[in-house]
Design a protein around this ligand. Structure first.
Ligand code: PHE
Ligand code: ZN
Length: 889
């Protein structure tokens, strides 16, 4: 974590003054420069005098010289937009402290000292939502990654673990509930309507896991008995009025606690577990020890306001944050380069949890869709980085799909190679070895290696090399043997021109065409640039099913006739492989369609039918298969996104891809209209329930409506409006409104007005109202977005609302990639306007523009121009500056 240390005064953590680069030159932090801290902080006592306008913070640190440090006398206490009111060392006002930029430096000569520092912070003006801030009159904190330094001066790095004692006091009427990490050890009344509480967390933790909440909150409470028989009180805290929307989050928490005991042997370690929902939050949720803070969207749900997808997301995020108690909190990260140590592993854990709670196949398909839609583009663009990055300017920019989702895939591959049982031995060893420590990714890999007996020598390349490997597979048949040849290539990424081949585990099955069965799945590991694998006992040329379950996060190019894909889409016994076969058929067709240009009869210039009929056959099989669960049927009918389609091409024309995709949808809708009608009718007759069958029916209802509206817009509008009016749950209401939003019909306005009126005052549902309109393929979607930006309910300062309108626009190929460039201008403007308010959120809009190199030249020019306009601003946050510079670079 160290950068540019001067040899005379070796320092940890950040730069020293005389080495400070000129303004604007980016300060780059390198993983290799890590230095252990010179000083440790075994204990901290914090005292808060709470106020929304102003909060006074008194911090007492016990600091000790780190025996493993470099012996420096200098204690670096990080700060960010704060200044010290009082600095005391061992009870006396200190004289020999100085500021080094935002940091406070103290020279200490002993082995152990007591430091006391007072600061004042202004929660109400904190629009960045990092540190201590106000949300609806309530006070809360967000400290990951470097927010604690906005509250008080501290060695704000994850390898400094302290025991926290917290005293809070404030006006009782304003802040009736006072929460922090650990257990409440005392509370009492003060003078003039004030009260106080004292909290103690027995588990040493880094500063990024500190949290405090003060406000008017009510709890939904449940009790959980752990595997060793301890009682835990679990609370979900929300604003009064929201309590009847908390049951699903609370149930998910209890389920997660039980699951982690069974699946990973992990028991909860405090008597109390609190979740607090706040409506202003930059991310999804935060795993602060014993006091998770959540974006309301991952807490509040009831059937009338939350969709099935919302319910699933709540279960998975509640699980995710809970699982961090072990993978993140008990074992934390040595430095932020190790972020995937906690995030990749915890995402894998939450994926396995959700799979166990619902449908494993559906969950896998969804996770792969997220990976391909978000991570693959990241890996092939200017912001590509390994799951363990080598450098950063602003760590907030590295909470990425690569660190999270590819990180999970990398650990999943180890699990696939080891098998479930041996993998569990590896994770047991990891937790045992590193409990209470700040660990590295290398520590994790070594524990898995030692616990499973796998040799992960070359596998470590997955941690250091960015880019999605491309794997080309061909199969030939000789006698009774199928011979598979596989070649891999890892593409160049910024800063990494040359790559080495990595071990790629591929689950393979060979189907007999006549019996539509296979004689068992095999796991092959391609660990060279090129290799061949022989499969005996195949009397006939088999149909190849490969990368089943998406066993490796790679882009596959398999030589296979369309007919084989139609076969797999109908018969593969791995539901993921079935989905994959359909996707491949669709991708193939659409890529052929845009490369060659299709006429209105569906033939390309060379007169080829371009695989469209194969897609129809596969869809027909999916619609007709009575043995198929509706939840999976719904998944199989979803067309790949333009973002994923663009990934297949070196340079994409998103306009053409969007058009081809819409044309296919309309053609399938018209060709299979009767089947989609029948499916919509059948699914509509299923009464509301939260069971898999009813949820599957709703998913099929949504998908069939999409195709009906594409094939016959008038009938689509009729059915959608009827469904909207009849809906007794948000899934049906939203899927109907989604379809209406894309149609130029009077029912559109009527339904939108009704929806707004019906859900007025419910912020999360009003977010949907914004996002459905901004995400629609309506011919005038850009006008709609501009009008919505002027709507009384719109505000840039609430991240959920800002994202509802503008992230939906940025992800909407029709709006964002409009040939006029207006979509790009809109996102560019948002980055510029949001940056001074909330840089972390602003920076998240930059990658969309950063894709310009892979887009056709006319659009690329317009995208680049927007980036240049951002770059030209005199003051830019480090967050946006890093993303824009890299995107232009
Ligand atoms: N650590 C959080 C999670 O993944 C994400 C987060 C990061 C939240 C930074 C807030 C700020 O669970
Ligand atoms: Zn996480």
């Amino acid at each position: 974590m160290d950068i540019a240390s001067s040899p005379a005064e070796p320092e940890e953590n950040t730069q020293v003054a005389d080495a400070a680069p000129p303004p604007h030159a980016p300060q780059v932090i390198h993983r290799e420069d890590y230095l252990a801290p010179a000083w440790l902080v075994p204990e901290i006592a914090l005292s808060f005098r709470l106020g929304v306008e102003e909060t006074h913070v008194c911090s007492k640190l016990t600091v000790t010289r780190n025996p493993d440090g470099n012996g420096s006398d200098v204690l670096r206490l990080n700060g960010d937009q704060i200044s010290p009111l009082v600095v005391k060392v061992d009870g006396r006002a200190a004289r020999d402290w100085r500021m080094d930029g935002p940091d406070l430096l103290l020279e200490l000569d002993g082995e152990r000292h007591a430091i006391e520092i007072e600061t004042l912070v202004q929660p109400v003006t904190n629009t960045q939502l990092m540190g201590l801030y106000a949300s609806n009159g309530m006070l809360c904190t967000q400290c990951e990654a470097e927010g604690f330094r906005r509250i008080t001066f501290f060695p704000d790095r994850p390898d400094v673990l302290s025991t926290y004692s917290v005293r809070m006091e404030g006006n009782k009427a304003r802040f009736p509930i006072l929460l922090s990490n650990g257990n409440c050890t005392a509370r009492g009344e003060g003078a003039e309507g004030r009260h106080w509480a004292h909290w103690h967390d027995p588990w040493p933790k880094p500063s990024y896991l500190f949290a405090l909440v003060a406000g008017n909150l009510v709890a939904n409470t449940a009790r959980f008995t752990t595997m060793s028989g301890r009682q835990v009180e679990c609370n979900v805290w929300v604003r009064p009025g929201d309590e009847n929307r908390t049951q699903h989050a609370l149930d998910s928490l209890i389920a997660a606690m039980k699951w982690d005991e069974e699946a990973f042997g992990r028991e909860y370690d405090l008597d109390l577990f609190n979740i607090v929902a706040v409506s202003d939050f930059n991310m999804g949720a935060m795993e602060n020890k014993g006091l998770n803070i959540f974006n309301t969207r991952y807490v509040l749900a009831e059937p009338d306001t939350a969709t099935d997808a919302d319910y699933d997301a709540i279960e998975s995020v509640v699980g995710h944050e809970y699982f961090h108690n072990w993978s993140g909190n008990r074992v934390t990260c040595r430095d932020w380069f190790q972020l995937s140590l906690k995030e990749g592993f915890t995402v894998l854990r939450d994926q396995l949890f959700s799979a166990d709670m619902g449908s494993e196949a559906v969950k896998r398909i969804e996770d792969v869709r997220i990976l391909r839609g978000g991570q693959f583009p990241e890996d092939s663009g200017p912001l590509a980085h390994p799951i363990r990055p080598d450098s950063y300017q602003e760590i907030s920019n590295f909470y990425t799909s690569t660190v999270y989702n590819k990180g999970a895939e990398v650990i999943r591959m180890m699990r696939t190679m080891a098998g479930e049982e041996r993998f569990r031995k590896g994770t047991d060893l990891y937790f045992e070895r590193h409990d209470g420590e700040a660990a590295t990714c290398e520590d994790f890999v070594r524990a898995i290696e030692d616990g499973t007996g796998l040799d992960l020598g070359r596998f470590r390349l997955w941690y250091s090399q960015a880019g999605t490997p491309r794997v080309a597979i061909a199969m030939r048949h000789e006698g009774d043997t199928a011979i598979l040849t596989a070649d891999q290539a890892v593409p160049a990424t910024p800063g990494q021109a040359i790559k080495q081949p990595m071990p790629i585990p591929l689950r393979v099955a060979l189907f007999d065409r006549e019996t539509a069965s296979h004689s068992g799945e095999r796991l092959i590991v391609l660990d060279k640039a090129s290799d061949t694998f022989r499969f005996e006992g195949c009397p006939r040329p088999p149909v190849l099913s490969v990368n089943r379950g998406f066993s490796a996060p790679v882009a596959l190019e398999v030589e296979r006739p369309d007919a084989d894909l139609v076969f797999l889409a109908a018969h593969d016994d791995d539901p993921f492989a079935r989905y994959e076969a359909m996707q491949s058929l669709i991708v193939r067709h659409l890529i052929r369609a845009v490369s060659a240009g299709l006429d209105e009869t569906g033939l390309d210039k060379t007169g080829r039918e371009a695989g469209r009929d194969a897609v129809r056959q596969a869809c027909e099989a999916v619609l007709a298969d009575e043995a198929l669960e509706d939840l999976i049927r719904g998944e199989l009918l979803i067309l790949p996104t333009v973002a994923y389609l663009s990934e297949q091409l070196l340079v994409a024309d998103p306009g053409a891809l969007h058009q081809a995709r819409e044309a296919l949808k309309a053609w399938l809708g018209a060709e299979l209209l009767d089947s989609f009608r029948a499916l919509h009718d059948r699914a509509s007759a299923v009464p509301f329930g939260r069971d898999a069958a009813a949820r599957g029916a709703r998913k099929c209802k949504a998908q069939s409506l999409v195709y009906i509206a594409a094939g016959d817009p008038a009938e689509g509008a009729r059915r959608a409006f009827a469904q909207y009016r009849a809906a007794d749950n948000m899934s049906d209401r939203q899927s109907a409104l989604t379809v209406l939003c894309g149609l130029d019909v009077p029912e559109r306005e009527e339904a939108l007005a009704d929806f707004h009126k019906r859900h007025e005052g419910n912020a999360l549902v009003i977010d949907k109202w914004f996002s459905l309109q901004a995400g629609s393929f309506h011919p005038r979607v850009l006008d709609h977005i501009r009008t919505l930006a002027q709507h009384g309910d719109f505000t840039l300062s609430n991240p959920n609302r800002a994202r509802a309108l503008y992230m939906s626009a940025a992800l909407n190929p029709k709006a964002f990639h409009d040939a006029s460039g207006e979509g790009y201008a809109m996102i560019g403007e948002i980055v510029r306007r949001l940056d001074p308010i909330n840089p972390q959120t602003a920076a998240r809009f930059v990658p969309a523009l950063g894709r310009w190199r892979r887009i056709e030249p006319d659009r690329a020019r317009l995208m680049r121009a927007e980036l240049e306009e951002i770059a030209a601003l005199p003051t830019l946050s480090r967050d946006v500056r890093e993303q824009v510079t890299k995107s232009l670079g």
